[in-house]
Design a protein around this ligand. Structure first.
Ligand SMILES: Cc1cc2nc3c(=O)[nH]c(=O)nc-3n(C[C@H](O)[C@H](O)[C@H](O)COP(=O)(O)OP(=O)(O)OC[C@H]3O[C@@H](n4cnc5c(N)ncnc54)[C@H](O)[C@@H]3O)c2cc1C
Length: 384
């Protein structure tokens, strides 16, 4: 379908597709099997300028927007949803600085993030505060010119490979989510270290780890926004990053579909290709239709954001739900089309099903996002 991308976006798509095919494809299975972080690919992505693609020119970026980032994420995820996260999780960790940071913070941190010299990560989730993010226990106490942070974040994408962390901690526990504040923490700050690195079902080329704060010292000038605005910083970030998760899901679905189409046209049973059965063609038709429907929504929401629409919690939730549910359905059907071979690690298709699952879970589970949409509908109805 024609989504009327501009010239720059078409070029980004061709570049990302070429890098995905030529560079990512040969190493994807190895990183997945061994659970290793793709530093080799980070270098490629940096050279291609993928870390600067959504950053305004005034901060040294290429001036694209969320849709440009979505296109890169989609194309990389078409080959490996785990490796693509090196770019999109860095964007997630960078958004708080970009959207809510002051000029000094942007000047100090964006240049190294834009060039890919340093990766970023976003730390909100804790063992007892997942969906219930307002319940975070990590505490930041102001002492002189520094905050002293104590607590534990877990399940942090890019944890232990990133150098810059945007972290949400409570400065006023009595106020719940209104007592949270956002901070920039650098690797090497006293009292900050990494904990357990997770062994995962999918996106195994992406590193997920604990962040441990033990009397961690953070200069006061590293607080993003005012005290008490941490939750607003986090929600602004997630509203803009959810189309990225949706793009990852979209790419995973498209990649699985591409392999399935190729396979059913080769596999012979009963003396003919399995593709010649109408039952198989109907499955392909549903897969293709669902992918296109998801793509339409993901691109539309990205364009809303790029056109300056501020409040997109409902729409960004919608596109993440649709694309991730499509990814799960399409990848499961793709495994089905491969039959028993699809179940084997020797074939590339099962990885897509494993990688798809996370897109229904992180950056707000799909149940929580349905609640976000529901609340928004009720609020709009009450306004009349
Ligand atoms: C691989 C991976 C990478 C991640 N990366 C990051 C990261 O970079 N940064 C970060 O901060 N976090 C990250 N996360 C955390 C992720 O966002 C959380 O796992 C997610 O928000 C869910 O929280 P939870 O795991 O504690 O599940 P829970 O909140 O315990 O939820 C368990 C189940 O209950 C459901 N549920 C909970 N409450 C409700 C409710 N009120 N109504 C209906 N259903 C409900 C959920 O939908 C879910 O199905 C990552 C997680 C994973 C697995």
């Amino acid at each position: 379908m024609n989504y009327f991308l501009n010239e720059q976006q078409e070029e980004i798509r061709s570049l990302a597709r070429r890098i995905a095919l030529e560079k990512v494809r040969p190493v994807a299975a190895k990183h997945d099997r061994e659970g290793t972080f793709p530093w080799d690919m980070v270098e490629e992505f940096a050279k291609a300028g993928f870390f600067s693609i959504y950053i305004p020119e005034e901060y040294g970026g290429t001036g694209g927007g969320v849709l440009d980032l979505v296109i890169v994420t989609e194309e990389l995820s078409r080959i490996c949803g785990g490796i693509a996260l090196a770019v999109s999780a860095t964007a997630l960790g960078t958004f708080p600085i970009l959207l809510s940071g002051n000029d000094d913070q942007k000047a100090r941190y964006l240049p190294d993030l834009i060039t890919g010299k340093k990766l970023a990560a976003f730390g909100l989730t804790e063992p007892d505060a997942g969906s219930d993010a307002g319940n975070i226990r990590t505490r930041a106490v102001l002492k002189g010119d520094r905050y002293i942070i104590n607590g534990l974040k877990h399940f942090i994408t890019n944890g232990s490979v990133a150098k810059i962390y945007t972290v949400i901690a409570s400065t006023d526990p009595g106020k719940g989510s209104r007592g949270a504040s956002a901070f920039i923490v650098e690797e090497g700050f006293p009292g900050f270290r990494y904990g357990k690195i997770e062994d995962k079902l999918g996106i195994r080329a992406s590193t997920t780890s604990e962040l441990i704060f033990e009397d961690c010292e953070v200069p006061v000038e590293n607080r993003i926004g005012k005290e008490g605005q941490g939750f607003i910083v986090a929600m602004r970030t997630l509203e803009r990053s959810r189309p990225g998760v949706a793009a990852q899901a979209l790419g995973i679905a498209q990649g699985a579909y591409d392999l399935a189409v190729e396979y059913v046209n080769k596999r012979i049973q009963f003396g003919k290709t399995i593709a010649s059965n109408q039952a198989i063609q109907f499955m392909l038709a549903d897969m293709a239709t669902q992918i296109e429907a998801a793509r339409g929504l993901v691109y539309a929401v990205s364009r809303m954001i790029d056109n300056g629409i501020e409040k997109v919690a409902k729409e960004s939730s919608m596109c993440k739900i649709v694309a991730s549910d499509v990814a799960m359905k399409v990848t499961t059907d793709a495994v089905q089309l491969f039959g028993g071979y699809g179940y084997m690690h020797d074939y590339p298709i099962e990885k897509f099903m494993r990688d798809a699952k996370i897109t229904q879970i992180y950056e707000g589970t799909n149940q929580i996002l349905r609640s976000v949409i529901g609340r928004s509908i009720i609020k709009e109805a009450a306004k009349g």
